[in-house]
Design a binder for this molecule. Structure first.
Ligand SMILES: [Zn+2]
Ligand SMILES: [Zn+2]
Length: 104
């Protein structure tokens, strides 16, 4: 997306496209999906909070070393983050100290 006035690259700022060179602003076109995504995420819990709430004793365990206490067993869950272009994340929770971490 380039500025119609000075042809610089424009950046999305608060739901608008903003030109850093000349200050020109324009709104996104209706079909731009970025606008909908930003509006929706404000109301929901952060993805990470949702994921951590779901980690319980019913999850499968795996042999992985806890980076905090060194215990070699943790619950784990596979999670696709909300943004489709982000990779799937594996989230572990240490059986012993409840430390939670993620792996990409
Ligand atoms: Zn400009
Ligand atoms: Zn641990």
């Amino acid at each position: 997306m380039f500025c119609p006035k000075c042809s610089s690259l424009m950046f999305p700022v608060q739901g608008k496209l903003h030109c850093n060179s000349c200050g020109y602003e324009r709104s996104f076109s209706g079909k731009d999906s970025t606008t909908a995504k930003v509006a929706r995420s404000g109301k929901e819990k952060p993805a990470e909070t949702l994921v951590l709430d779901e980690i319980t004793e019913t999850l499968p365990k795996t042999r992985v070393e806890c980076p905090k206490c060194g215990h070699y067993e943790a619950y784990w869950v596979m999670r696709q983050t909300r943004a489709a272009d982000e990779p799937t994340t594996r989230i572990y929770r240490c059986v012993k100290c409840q430390h939670t971490w993620r792996e990409y």
